[in-house]
Design a protein around this ligand. Structure first.
Ligand code: NDP
Length: 322
């Protein structure tokens, strides 16, 4: 089978297309013939070496496809099932072997591309809004990178919860998309100081929660726009990692809360995984969620997909197609 391999960490050029053996179904694993694999920022962190994996490795943490073989202990799925998964390394390939208890069946009305687009970013938007800081009607949330993969889903779900959403983006094109997704206010944070503007938009009161995936360039100012006892939900570092900081700032800036969540800890049990994936797929089937699959690439062009994502050229979801 064809797969993308990282032999040593580095820039996008370290991703090479190679020929590997199709994995065999062993134990509790199922072999998936991948139709679409999601490209996510976490793949960049692994490729760069910011997150560690043993080289050589096949990157990618999200895919949808058909079960073509199952190990002797598999009871959750059968050959022919349409399934999707996330948080298992190795999806930039034509086939992958995945523990069957990490697979969710794709419901009718959801195609492979949509399923691959929602497993990681859709469930992330869901846990951030429903579990990490349960956002309530009438509250105000600041969402950074509001036209990104997670961003557009987060904005739509927050809007539907009845919250006021202030989104930040870098371009007018992205601003338009975030507005269409339901953002009430948009700040072009590359041109306007988002701290001053957020304070202005909230009459100096600030917001209940900041959902921050940008990190290095936004974190500190984000703390300044929170109300007393507000929540800083730092869930990524697209601009780089946040440097260490002194916890006393949390007291000085209003007895704030800071959390650094990750999806793996919000889909711990099979039940939680099925419920969260089911909720997100349900929103799509029910017409409450629009998934913008804006960029598709053949598998061999994975490096270009990374260049586009890191270059801030993309909106919504990027997929590699087989
Ligand atoms: P995005 O589609 O959001 O792409 C990243 C966006 O970040 C860019 O489009 C850009 O938007 C913005 N950005 C700001 N500064 C920079 C910079 N210096 N370089 C590159 N991009 C920048 O990616 P994803 O939706 O895949 O992921 C978003 C973030 O969420 C990532 O940090 C990722 O790690 C994190 N994440 C965390 C999860 C978790 O559970 N903790 C799960 C999923 C994602 P603009 O041009 O508008 O500034």
């Amino acid at each position: 089978m064809k797969a993308i391999q990282v032999k040593h960490v580095g820039g996008p050029e370290v991703m090479e297309e190679v020929e590997l053996a199709v994995p065999e179904a062993k134990g509790s694993d199922a072999v998936i013939k991948i139709a679409a694999a999601g490209v996510n920022f976490i793949d960049v962190y692994y490729r760069e070496g910011r997150y560690k994996a043993v080289v050589p490795f096949v990157p990618g943490q999200e895919a949808a496809g058909e079960v073509v073989a199952i190990g002797p202990n598999v009871t959750d799925v059968k050959v022919g099932d349409r399934v999707a998964y996330t948080m298992v390394l190795g999806s930039y390939a034509e086939y992958a072997s995945v523990a069957s208890d990490r697979l969710v069946k794709i419901p009718d009305g959801v195609n492979y591309q949509q399923a691959a687009a929602l497993m990681l970013q859709g469930m992330t938007a869901h846990y951030l809004l429903y579990s990490t800081y349960p956002l309530k009607k009438g509250e105000t949330a600041l969402v950074h990178a509001a036209a990104g993969g997670v961003g557009l889903l987060l904005v739509q779900m927050a809007h539907q919860l009845g919250a006021r959403v202030i989104g930040t983006v870098s371009t007018e094109e992205k601003a338009k998309l975030a507005r269409q997704a339901g953002a009430d206010e948009i700040i072009l944070y590359t041109q306007t100081d988002f701290e001053a503007e957020t304070k202005r938009l909230t009459d100096g009161k600030g917001v209940e929660v900041v959902y921050d995936s940008v990190g290095k360039t936004t974190f500190e100012k984000g703390l300044n726009v929170l109300r007393a006892r507000g929540y800083m939900v730092l869930f990524g570092g697209s601009s780089g990692a946040v440097p260490p900081f002194d916890l006393i700032q949390l007291s000085q800036k209003g007895s704030l809360f800071v959390t650094r969540p990750t999806l793996a800890h919000y889909v711990v049990t099979r039940q939680e995984l099925e419920e969260r994936a089911g909720a997100v797929f349900g929103m799509l089937v029910g017409g409450k969620l629009n998934v913008r699959i804006a960029h598709t690439y053949p598998l061999k062009d994975a490096a270009q997909a990374h260049r586009d994502l890191e270059g801030r050229k993309t909106t919504g979801k990027l997929l590699l197609l087989n």
